[in-house]
Design a protein around this ligand. Structure first.
Ligand code: C2O
Length: 545
């Protein structure tokens, strides 16, 4: 196995999109950041050097980080942020994972521009479970604002209003040619007629779930979140922030130019970015492209409507793990987590901070607890050092009262309680979590991401989860394995996993406006004697608060 050394210099650089230039936080001057390519079993050593004027930390989204929470990255969870002028070296080994993951800043809203692909090839000599594609192309879906995303966040947090919607969606940092002034800002992917390529699609957008399609071409889904799936063909995929989807595509159409396009899947009753981003799949033998100078208008794909929940659901229900899944059958910890928005009362209703309905502030919660990041220390450092007063471990396994989550929500539950509560569980517990969307403020799709783990998605549905009848319908044979799963709008989703990775692991909604509002908690997984001997000692350069 190889060791890969990289320096990631995090610094502001002028980036121009849609005819406007602004100072953008980049890695090594690149936006999006560098692609990391490794093999299963390799070790990455990445020195993050902070030359920006913000605190920063980096997260390796989907990497298991077994017994190594110190390299996971969320600020104030597993580490204190890297201050301007400081550095920290993330060191971790890929253990039995292959496929497409990604990395991103995990510090306030910096991930809007600080992100990149992390591609894990199989061990040397071990093949893909499908014919070797001729080319592999990372497709990073993103969002672009006409102003600094950190200012967008500051405004959103200050007013308590929904963040401004983005001004463009992007593919590999480029909006595509359907926006004002963007004709040159289009990613173009040349292909030979007849060849099969692998698209490694990553949704790195802040707030948008998306539909993605390629004109006239079928996509064959072969993996999600670095776990292989039984292949199936589809015209369109749905992908939530945090998720990855690998598809095979054969260039079997008339040589021409074809748009790849993505737009929002959004069923919430709130403003969203309803624009369409494009890139171009260009046959090298197409008339335009063989003879330079001739233009050829690309053909446009059909995408579902913005709120086409039926198509989104049908897509998700086709996902099956390729091999027999190791789903826990007996459950030690059965948790029921409501996920949704809320409103916090303001003492001064006329304050500009209170722009929610009736002079309230927006919040979000799990089981009515709105998660607050500590400031004095990170959770993991406080735990390891035995420092009291940073968090409590009384996160409730159920909501305070059962109610009709699909509509008739008691008014008292609109007001979550702010706290830093963790859910503590024993190492090696077999865990089931049902996430239930509430209809508080609006029904919404919440993509839930668990750090440090892969889990099985055993079931989902609309309306209220029925603990009597729904578990009988769970797929315990070949459910898809993921690290991020969308809770359907006004519905529920159930996951299972074995808590085989000790440490403190953030569990949160990957919609980045919901995270600072508190749609998070953390799982504290510890071995029988309440100590963390099974966790590696922290690196010497781990930042302190
Ligand atoms: Cu991709 Cu906690 O994040």
């Amino acid at each position: 196995a190889a060791v890969h050394f990289h320096e990631f210099v995090i610094e502001a650089k002028p980036v121009k999109r849609l005819c406007r230039t602004h100072s953008t936080i980049t890695v090594n001057g690149q936006f999006p950041g560098p692609t990391l390519e490794v093999r299963d079993g390799d070790t990455l050593v990445i020195k993050a050097i902070n030359r920006a004027r913000y605190n920063v930390s980096l997260h390796w989204h989907g990497v298991r980080q077994l017994r190594n929470p110190w390299a996971d990255g969320p600020e104030f969870v597993t580490q204190c942020p890297i201050r301007p002028g400081q550095s920290y070296t993330y060191q971790f080994t890929i253990q039995n994972q292959e496929g497409t993951l990604w990395w991103h800043a995990h510090s306030r809203w910096l991930r809007a521009t600080v992100y990149g692909a992390l591609i894990i090839h199989p061990k040397l000599g071990s093949p893909y479970p499908f014919p070797m594609p001729k080319r592999e192309i990372p497709i990073l879906l993103g969002e672009w604002w006409d102003r600094n995303p950190m200012d967008v966040l500051r405004l959103a947090l200050f007013t308590g209003a929904a963040p401004n919607v983005s001004d463009a969606l992007t593919i590999n940092g480029q909006p595509g040619d359907l926006y004002r002034c963007s004709s040159k800002e289009t990613a173009i992917f040349p292909v030979e007629a007849g060849e099969t390529i692998l698209l490694r699609i990553i949704n790195s957008a802040m707030n948008q779930e998306m539909f993605f399609g390629v004109a006239n071409h079928k996509q064959t889904v072969v993996a999600v979140d670095a776990a292989y799936t039984k292949p199936f063909a589809t015209n369109v995929i749905m992908i939530a922030p945090g998720q990855t989807t690998d598809v095979l595509l054969t260039a079997d159409q008339t040589p021409a130019r074809y748009y790849m396009a993505a737009h929002a899947y959004n069923s919430a009753n709130a403003p969203f970015d309803n624009t369409t981003t494009t890139a171009i799949l260009e046959y090298k033998s197409a008339p335009c492209c063989a003879k330079k100078g001739q233009s050829l208008k690309p053909i446009f794909p059909q995408l579902p409507g913005f709120n086409d929940t039926a198509t989104a659901t049908a897509f998700a229900s086709q996902l099956r793990s390729l091999s027999k899944a190791k789903v826990p059958l007996e459950i030690d910890e059965s948790l029921f987590f409501t996920v949704g928005l809320g409103l916090i009362n303001c003492t001064n209703r006329n304050s500009p901070r209170c722009q929610g309905p009736n002079g309230t502030r927006f919040a979000a919660s799990i089981n009515n607890v709105s998660f607050v990041l500590p400031r004095r220390n990170s959770l993991m450092q406080a735990y390891y050092q035995g420092q009291p007063g940073i968090f409590t471990t009384d996160f409730p396994p159920f909501p305070p009262v059962q109610f009709d989550y699909s509509g008739n929500v008691p008014r008292g539950l609109w007001q979550p309680v702010k706290a830093t509560k963790l859910f503590k569980m024993k190492y090696r517990s077999k865990v089931q979590i049902v996430f239930q969307d509430t209809s508080i403020v609006t029904t919404e799709n919440h993509p839930m991401h668990l750090h440090g783990y892969q889990f099985y998605v055993v079931g989902s549905g609309f309306g209220n989860f029925d603990p009597k009848n729904d578990p009988a319908k769970f797929n315990l044979i070949d459910p898809p394995e993921r690290n991020t799963i969308g809770t359907p709008p006004g519905g529920w989703v159930a996951i299972r996993f074995e808590a085989d990775n000790p440490g403190i692991w953030l569990l949160h909604c990957h919609i980045d406006s919901h995270l600072p509002w508190g749609l998070a908690t953390a799982l504290l997984v510890e071995n029988g004697v309440g100590k963390l001997q099974t966790v590696q000692p922290p690196p010497l350069d781990l930042p302190r608060c």
